[in-house]
Design a protein around this ligand. Sequence first.
Ligand SMILES: NC(=O)c1ccc[n+]([C@@H]2O[C@H](COP(=O)([O-])OP(=O)(O)OC[C@H]3O[C@@H](n4cnc5c(N)ncnc54)[C@H](O)[C@@H]3O)[C@@H](O)[C@H]2O)c1
Length: 288
Amino acid sequence: MKNVRGRVVLITGAGGGIGRLMSLEFAKLGAKLVVVDKDGKAAEETASIARSLGVEARGFEVDVTDRPAILALREVIHRDFGRVAVLVNNAGVVFGGPLTKTPWERHKLTFDVNVFGVVAFTHAFLDDMVSEPEGHLVNIASASGFIGLPFGSTYAASKWAVIGFSESVRQELLTDGSAHVKVTTVCPSYIATGMFDGVKGPFLTPILKPQAIVDKVMAAVKNDRAWVLEPFMVKLTPFLRGVLPTSIFDWAGKLFGVSTSMMHWRGHNESPSVPKPSAGMSAASLPN
Ligand SMILES: NC(=O)c1ccc[n+]([C@@H]2O[C@H](COP(=O)([O-])OP(=O)(O)OC[C@H]3O[C@@H](n4cnc5c(N)ncnc54)[C@H](O)[C@@H]3O)[C@@H](O)[C@H]2O)c1
């Protein structure tokens, strides 16, 4: 998408991490920003920084697992901003640990946020993008969507699902005459945002700087690229998994430290706790 000036850009999970950085890049390009996070204060902070760059921006407290809140948000966006031209499905959670030692609620929440959050936002806003002269859908998946991730199995599975969903929607748009809506699937390895604190980056796979991956995403949107796979080793991963016998691929995964990388995951929290589902879009975030 060549020009986002004056167009409505909606970003989930934009209260921090790469979601905030992407919001600010879109603000620099003159987009009208709708910033969503389950942490309403953080969303409003991002919006406030964006406004200081001279654009219209508003933060909303919305949990991506709360479909009624998403539909209420759509009404407010249509009333106050217009139709969404760019949707970035970025909100995500991760919980590391041995499969059976990890509480069931964490496995479920991972799918609810990482998969159904993406599906729900896309379901709610794809028609907006199709009705615009140009549209762009960005889905933040992960390099773990191409491989197995021991001690992060449900997270990896959720990202396999995002890749399958994103690629299917891309092809559906091409097939049904909506090729003016582009889709970018983003598959980075570990990024230094805190989400994966404690992990050990595999051999030849340096932990990415948040701004570096955001720059790649912005370039992909500008140039209508379908995929962002970073760093370089991630570009090779799908090919190697396809051609190598499983035993050799497993051996390489162990040698490179992929299969042990999550063993010491801590994430954002010193003492992780299962986040409570939010009550959805807060009254405070609704305009008067
Ligand atoms: N950090 C990494 O190493 C890494 C690697 C590959 C992919 N990713 C993906 O990139 C995306 C952004 O990750 P990040 O590193 O910036 O993480 P982050 O934890 O810094 O940011 C995630 C944001 O999502 C928000 N969020 C979480 N659950 C939500 C919900 N239910 N509803 C609304 N908002 C919610 C959080 O409040 C937070 O602001 C995620 O989808 C993540 O899976 C991250």
